[in-house]
Design a protein around this ligand. Structure first.
Ligand SMILES: [Ca+2]
Ligand SMILES: [Ca+2]
Ligand SMILES: [Ca+2]
Length: 139
């Protein structure tokens, strides 16, 4: 009886693990949720839904994306430059933030208020695949 209980417990634990494993994988990147205190940028439209999950988040200004790589879904380095590739954005940083076309905060730009989302930058002044710098106003 004691042995049976142990075996049953193991089966239940294994079933639970199988059930939660896919959800844990999906929640690893901010594809569905951008964490508070950050601006999340995505290489694809619609926050990378259905696409390769290249993303990166920022807590303060960055004047030049040329030395930044996208992260993968599991937070590992994609070794793929994020310069001129941003296609969607979520702002959870607590203030407005501006994407700029050129390094050093020049050229075309678009500003996104706190708690805003834009899954399609092609119809914004910054445009698709052009952002090279981010200005976060609260710092
Ligand atoms: Ca892109
Ligand atoms: Ca848009
Ligand atoms: Ca650019």
């Amino acid at each position: 009886m004691r042995l049976f209980k142990k075996a049953a417990g193991f089966v239940a634990a294994a079933a639970l693990f199988a059930a939660v494993a896919p959800a844990a994988t999906a929640a690893a990147s901010p594809r569905s949720t951008c964490y508070g205190g950050r601006v999340c940028l995505y290489a694809g439209f619609d926050y990378n839904r259905g696409q390769v999950d290249h993303w990166r988040d920022f807590t303060k200004d960055d004047s030049n994306f040329a030395d930044n790589n996208w992260l993968n879904w599991d937070f590992s380095n994609s070794w793929h430059s994020m310069n001129n590739e941003t296609s969607s954005i979520r702002n959870r940083v607590g203030c407005s933030s501006t994407l700029w076309q050129h390094p050093g905060y020049t050229g075309a730009h678009s500003t996104f208020t706190h708690n805003s989302n834009d899954g399609f930058l092609a119809n914004n002044a910054i445009g698709n695949n052009r952002a090279s710098a981010i200005d976060i106003w609260c710092h």
